[in-house]
Design a protein around this ligand. Sequence first.
Ligand code: COA
Ligand code: ZN
Length: 307
Amino acid sequence: MSGWPESVEIGEVGPRDGLQNEATVPIGDRVRLIDALSATGLRRIEAVSFVSPAAIPPMSGAGEVMAGITRVPGVAYRALVPNVKGAELALAAAVDEIEVVVSASETHNQRNVKRSVADSIAAAAKLTELAHGAGTPVEAIVSTAFGCPYEGDVPEARVAELAHQLRDAGADRLSFGDTTGMASPRRVQTLLDALAAVGISASEVGLHFHNTRGTGLANVVVAMELGVTRFDASIGGLGGCPYAPGATGNIVTEDLVHMLEDMGVHTGVDLDALIACAHVAQDIVGRELPGQVMRSGPRTRTVETQA
Ligand code: COA
Ligand code: ZN
């Protein structure tokens, strides 16, 4: 089949984007999950965020988590930060990569990080300089890139303009978050068109989908056909707030790997090891996760016939 890449890179975000929605998770469990994920072939793991403990209590102790994990060579352990202070803490913890997040919508940015988009871009520029001084790369993530829960649709041209500014601020990589699962294949196409119009090609962007409305894997297939080769996902589909009806996690890492490998798109990730991790994640949160392949098994799994 033409139009699908030979390989893609999957960024695991369960330990941060997933677990940040839980009540407090013990440091030991966070370390256990990250260590299990490190043995699957994943090359990028969003391990922690350095944010205000008052804003996101379950992510407190990020430094302890980073000190507790066993780093596997070749795996980049990443931290999300909202401001310069977060970057300083992340660098002190020797993370391999910093992710700075800016929302495409003013209201979401205010709610998330209590400042204007312009101020967040200024902070991104400052912390990128700081990170580069320490030899640490920075990925800028534009969240609510496919729509905002407070403002509705966000014009693609605005997302593209913001991405352009973040690149000018020194970001090494750009990624676009569908924070509340508002993307569909059509919107993937229109956003990629808008990015191309400002000189950002599909081959250089990462996409971060949530499966809130069931469109996640369809979005991935269309994005690949348009040239994207970098996707985030969370193990077992961790994520979503138990107190917010309808909120769900990212697309599911093992379901994504299962689909891609059958399409001949290499991920470099061991599916059985991932399924084992999904069970670890389920054990940690103490409830059933939305991942499907962890329950059904791979498509070639056969059932014993009754004698
Ligand atoms: N890490 C740890 N602590 C931080 C911090 C960081 N990155 N940034 C600020 N703080 C601390 C300050 O030291 C201060 O502590 P103190 O009260 O003990 O003096 C306190 O948080 C308030 O600092 P302030 O700069 O006034 O922050 P704020 O209250 O305006 O909140 C953010 C702004 C950005 C720190 C906060 O909204 C935040 O952390 N948001 C992250 C949200 C998030 O992770 N969302 C999900 C991912 S997209
Ligand atoms: Zn997310």
